[in-house]
Design a protein around this ligand. Structure first.
Ligand code: AMP
Ligand code: MG
Length: 330
């Protein structure tokens, strides 16, 4: 879909391109022309648009059916490019030095001459900024020569995509080009930290752990549930499969699929029973989470029962996503 053709549904499927120089150059041209391009990052696949083009940003909201009160993350090639649009304080500088490029998003005050679409900020006076580390995302940003507004490349509220195939399954007809960089290494979204006030606040746990952030800027508060007034997009129900999730389950009940964790997890036919990490590695579990939920979310099952996941490191982000997917809040 293009910004000009907002709402128009293409009949043919999207082009899925391997990431050679020609396809990256074409993707960059499409961004400058106001089109949408899905691309890989180390967290999940993003649905990208020129962040300085109001119509292109509006097309992202339309393609995802995303409510316009839920602001987008804007991606930059490097911290210098981001600092031209938002005001960095000392905490932001330290975090950017430590974790960029990487799975960290900072919410910072917009500069007066920000010139990023206000719609990307949902009208707030802050902007969420990130420098992704995936080499394809880096090359794509360089080719586009624009900041790129990009939420996850899925219909709003549903499971995030960690492969190009997931993007097509979710957004077929709503995006014309998908850059295929293979499965995402981290597999769970970026950590979002609000630095617009005196108290640094984790709005969303993600690919950078709280411990790692605290080692750099000291104590940080975690937002404790519901939707904070300053981050209206963090709703309780999100990341949801079509079938219900049942959390902290020891095994499946009749009719349920089972998503296990660890060496003692119940076994069963693949398709009905999967294991996030037989070796109890939460990083591996994060990388598998969305793909396995998608694979188990099939007609004929009553629910997906999910084993308890240790609440440490990336396990915190996994549990946050599972609670939201199950609709029991953060
Ligand atoms: P997504 O792009 O769907 O992965 O989500 C990005 C998250 O960052 C959303 O849930 C937003 O609520 C949050 N976010 C983005 N921009 C801002 C902002 N300016 N202030 C606070 N939260 C934000
Ligand atoms: Mg999302």
């Amino acid at each position: 879909m293009t910004a000009r053709g907002c709402g128009r549904v293409r009949s043919a499927g999207p082009d899925i391109l391997k990431t050679d120089a020609g396809s990256i150059a074409r993707a960059g041209e499409m961004i400058r022309a106001g089109d949408l391009v899905a691309f890989p990052t180390e967290t999940v696949y993003g649905l990208g648009a020129d962040a300085t083009n109001d119509a292109a940003v509006a097309a992202v909201f339309a393609a995802k059916d995303r409510p316009t009160f839920n602001p987008l993350i804007v991606h930059f090639a490097d911290a210098r490019a981001a600092s031209r649009r938002v005001a960095f304080d000392e905490r932001a500088r330290l975090l950017a030095e430590s974790f960029w490029p990487g799975p960290l998003t900072l919410v910072l005050p917009r500069r007066e001459a920000c010139r990023i679409s206000l719609l990307a900020s949902s009208g707030l006076d802050t902007l969420a900024v990130r420098v992704p580390g995936h080499p394809v995302a880096q090359r794509f940003l360089a080719a586009a020569a624009r900041p790129i507004a990009a939420p996850s490349a899925n219909v709003a509220g549903r499971v995030s995509p960690t492969t190009a195939r997931h993007v097509v399954d979710s957004l077929d007809g709503r995006v014309s080009l998908v850059l295929d960089g293979g499965p995402c290494r981290i597999g769970i979204e970026s950590t979002v930290i609000d630095l617009s006030g005196d108290q640094a606040l984790i709005l969303r746990p993600g690919g950078v752990t709280r411990e790692a952030v605290e080692a750099v800027i000291g104590g940080i508060a975690e937002f404790g549930g519901g939707a904070p007034a300053n981050s209206p997009g963090l709703q309780d129900r999100h990341y949801a499969p079509a079938r219900p999730l049942r959390l902290n389950a020891a095994c499946a009940r009749t009719g349920e699929a089972f998503l296990g964790f660890g060496r003692d997890a119940p076994k069963g036919p693949r398709g009905d029973v999967m294991n996030l990490s037989p070796s109890e590695d939460v990083d591996e579990a994060a990388a598998n989470l969305f793909a396995m939920i998608r694979a188990l979310d099939r007609k004929g099952i009553s629910a997906i029962a999910v084993a308890p996941i240790p609440d440490e490191g990336l396990g915190r982000a996994i549990n946050d996503r599972l609670r939201r997917a199950a609709g029991v809040g953060a």
